[in-house]
Design a protein around this ligand. Structure first.
Ligand SMILES: [Mn+2]
Length: 250
């Protein structure tokens, strides 16, 4: 089985600058090149800076990326969409129009004799109790229902405010380290206690492959700065970096 795992593309619903537009453009180019290369595309959280699909509306700015997802679906690549801490309010768009499997927390599968676990990872970071409470509140059907009642333009303006404030927030080095440590710890737990061979996460924006006792922890990094992703071909994980000319293994 040929699997591609990618996370943290943070595609903006309002691109602020040239970097945002370049980010989306290269992500689309990458998806275009992926046609025919994979059996499964795992979108491991924070692909979009914010996601909401209303009963009859989707966000225009995402059209280019969604078009590429549709192309992958039509050419036989299955899509699994896992929530991140930026995109979690999924209604039926992904399941109905892209035949995707949508997971709120994680996805597990066995292929080529390897037990694999995929999750964005935001739930497993250390020292982030305030976020974990917020995470629970914001995902309540009540919160989602409330957001859906706002006019879409107003809802997105509100979303843009939140997204912009998080964009300029500096994450202290210690918190950043705690974030990564929590992910590693959880990967170790899933390998040791739950018998997984490969654990893939994102969220930290630090691409890496770490061999742990009994399995592998792989982080797909991010698209915004590293343009990194994971390939799992016949059960072997490889970290890759995209460039316009061609792909280079790590
Ligand atoms: Mn994240």
């Amino acid at each position: 089985m040929r699997i591609c795992v990618i996370s943290d593309a943070h595609i903006k619903f309002v691109p602020w600058d040239a970097a945002d537009r370049e980010n989306a453009k290269l992500f689309q180019a990458f998806l275009k090149k992926s046609v025919g290369k994979y059996d499964l595309l795992v979108l491991n959280g924070d692909i979009f800076d914010l996601w909401f699909d209303w009963k009859s509306l989707i966000i225009k700015e995402y059209f280019g990326v969604l078009h590429r997802f549709a192309e992958l679906d039509e050419t036989g690549c299955k899509i699994v969409m896992i929530s991140g801490n930026h995109d979690f309010w999924f209604n039926d768009f992904f399941t109905k129009h892209l035949n995707a499997v949508v997971q709120d927390k994680s996805h597990a599968l066995t292929a080529d004799g390897k037990k694999m676990f995929f999750s964005h990872g935001d739930f497993y970071t250390y020292n982030d109790t305030r976020y974990k409470i917020l995470r629970r509140l914001i995902r309540l059907p009540f919160s989602k229902g409330l957001f859906s009642l706002l006019h879409p333009e107003l809802a997105l303006r509100l979303g843009a405010k939140l997204s912009r404030s998080s964009r300029f927030r500096q994450v202290p080095a210690l918190l950043q380290r705690k974030k990564s440590e929590g992910l590693e710890h959880h990967a170790g737990y899933m390998i040791k206690r739950k018998g997984y061979d490969i654990v893939c996460m994102g969220h930290s924006h630090h691409p890496k492959i770490q061999r742990l006792d009994g399995g592998i922890y792989a982080n797909s990094g991010d698209w915004t700065t590293h343009r990194s992703y994971l390939e799992i071909i016949d059960g072997e994980v490889e970290l890759k970096f995209y460039n316009e000319k061609g792909d280079q293994p790590c």
